[in-house]
Design a protein around this ligand. Structure first.
Ligand code: TYM
Length: 334
């Protein structure tokens, strides 16, 4: 394992992760635990921005942890924890908020999109300060790299700016992190609307492949995925976004190259191709679903993993906050 450190987070905002979460981020998390000192957290504080029902949030947080383990995170090889268990996240977030310009925060596209949808009067301040909490998540651990999907790129840029600003003003304190964003798979699209990203906040669930959904439901969704005009199974993101998205999914889950799959399906129809994609997806996800349900049967075991994770995370985060507080002039408690 190198000394290089990675950190990433995922929100427990729904009963299941979707294929975009897995292919854009978690699949890389699993791989990076062998080569890096890896910290991964379920960001329950971030989830509060969508005002979840408390019972749902509790359940979704545990289900998120179980899914991450079922997808291949190994608490012996990475530090897996829940964000709210490590109070330093809030402590550093406030420092980051005080360093961020109002205009700078207003330019974050996720905030802009949500405020257009909801209206600025009704949108929570937490949606506005969300990226500063995310910057704190990353900087607390002195992470070198942050494995995420394409939609998080702007947040990583802000994090880099804030780290640089702090270092410039108070002396070198933070590592400036880099995004670890794949060329392929960093953006998985909705099956019904292949020009929009697959997202749990989509209006309809019919374009969303959920990790914990039944094989029958996922097969049905893939078979009714929107395809494009023409008949060839070729990758062309511009003119054939639907087929290209399915090719990306097929390739990422089977480990085969897109070219190889195109060759196999040369001369065959969309129907055959979609049936094959469904088969690969179901074969991949069925054991994950089973393992997740099995892990959820033993919440005590999950609690133990999280307790150990929080302890390891806090050892690193505590040191960063002590350094930061000292540099900005907060005096220690006697
Ligand atoms: P979240 O919970 O929305 O998504 C978790 C991860 O999944 C990726 N992702 C996608 N990748 C490809 N295609 C898609 N359709 C797709 N949809 C989601 C996201 O890019 C993300 O990597 N702000 C973050 C959570 C966060 C975080 C952090 C991440 C909080 N603190 C610190 C990294 C480091 C978010 O809302 O992700």
């Amino acid at each position: 394992m190198s000394n290089s450190r990675v950190l990433s987070g995922i929100q427990p905002t729904s009963g299941s992760f979707h294929l975009g979460n897995y292919l854009g981020a978690v699949k890389q998390w699993v791989e990076l635990q062998d080569s890096h000192d890896a910290f991964y957290c379920v960001v329950d504080l971030h989830a509060l921005t969508s005002a979840p029902d408390p019972k749902e949030l509790r359940k979704n947080t545990l289900t998120s942890v179980a899914q991450l383990l079922a997808l291949g995170l190994d608490p012996e090889r990475c530090t897996l924890f829940v964000q709210s268990h490590v109070v330093e996240h809030n402590q550093l977030a406030w420092v980051m908020e005080c360093m961020t310009g109002f205009g700078e925060a207003s330019r974050m596209t996720q905030f802009k999109d949500k405020s257009v949808k909801t209206g600025t009067d009704r949108i929570g301040v937490g949606v506005f300060t969300y990226p500063m909490l995310m910057a704190a998540d990353i900087l607390l651990y002195q992470a070198n790299q942050v494995p995420v999907g394409e939609d998080q790129r702007q947040h990583i840029e802000l994090t880099r700016d804030l780290a640089g600003r702090f270092n410039h003003q108070y002396g070198k304190t933070f590592i400036i992190p880099e995004g670890f964003i794949l060329k392929e798979g960093a953006k998985i699209y909705d099956l019904q609307d292949p020009t929009s990203k697959m997202s749990k906040s989509a209006e309809s669930l019919s374009g969303l492949i959920e990790i914990l959904d039944t094989p029958a439901a996922n097969t049905k969704k893939i078979k009714s995925a929107v395809t494009d005009t023409g008949r060839e199974i070729t990758f062309d993101a511009q003119n054939k976004p639907g087929i290209s998205n399915l090719l990306t999914i097929f390739s990422a889950l089977s480990g085969r190259s897109v070219a190889e799959i195109e060759n196999e399906f040369a001369g065959k129809g969309y129907g055959d191709f979609k049936a094959a994609v469904a088969e690969v997806v179901v074969e991949y996800l069925t054991p994950v679903r089973e393992k997740t349900l099995e892990l959820l049967d033993d919440p005590t075991h999950l609690g133990q993993i999280l307790s150990r994770g929080a302890e390891k995370a806090q050892a690193v985060a505590g040191k960063t906050v002590r350094d930061v507080y000292d540099r900005i002039g907060l005096i220690p408690r006697g």
